[in-house]
Design a protein around this ligand. Sequence first.
Ligand SMILES: O=C(O)c1ccccc1NCC(=O)[C@H](O)[C@H](O)COP(=O)(O)O
Length: 257
Amino acid sequence: MTILDKIMDTKRQEITAYEESYPAIEQFPDKPKLVDTLRNGRGVISEIKRASPSKGAIRMEVDVVEQGLKYEGAGAAAISVLTDEQYFKGSIEDLKKVARAVSVPVLCKDFMVSEIQIERAKAAGATIILLIVAALTDEELERLFRYAESLDLEILVEVHDAEEMQKAVALGAQLIGVNNRNLKTFEVSLERTAELAGQFPFGSGSVLISESGMNDTADAHRAYELGAQGVLVGEALMRSEDPASWIRRATGQEASQ
Ligand SMILES: O=C(O)c1ccccc1NCC(=O)[C@H](O)[C@H](O)COP(=O)(O)O
């Protein structure tokens, strides 16, 4: 037996062991592209959020599948699932359960720093990942953005000021989210969306999403009036006794009181 034969024998054994331990690639229900849904305007990206650094516990004992199905039934444009364990008490299991149950796009809401997280999100059924411009170097942002694109994921690029908006536009991001929450001070103001809408390339095919701090559906309507085609809402939906009605009122399917 030559050395090459020996190496190849060992390699076959190694790979057999690896294949046996490798998780099967799960098939999830097909989901449309969020960008296509939001081009029609007035979408609600509805979030599953058990807790947060700014508010502490919000609703720890939520049944994520039941909540996700309520969102979908009311016409949510997408479902966002917080998967960070330490600060938001979410999990990748939450994401998987929701992605198995619904047919709308699913956002893995986490703080992405590496390719492996993006792969894990995709394997758990996410169709969208989040990249926060303020949390990444320019090199990381570009690299992770291109990597997610290569996996056929949609990418929500989150910005908080004019410089970050320029970076998102230069990348060619189709989903640009203005976070109304200052992640350093936790101060929330819809004025962020008002200011940055002025920098957004309307008509380019990209869509503007206003994120965070929607206390009631009047806030969502204001964000739409400012040019947002979608709003991302977490706490208000998690605390609402009737999140489906909240979504229908925000999208105009039901009259607001
Ligand atoms: O929500 C927080 O306290 C928070 C703190 C630090 C980083 C991120 C944070 N939130 C993540 C989000 O993006 C929000 O969950 C999302 O925009 C919904 O916000 P809201 O409707 O205000 O719950």
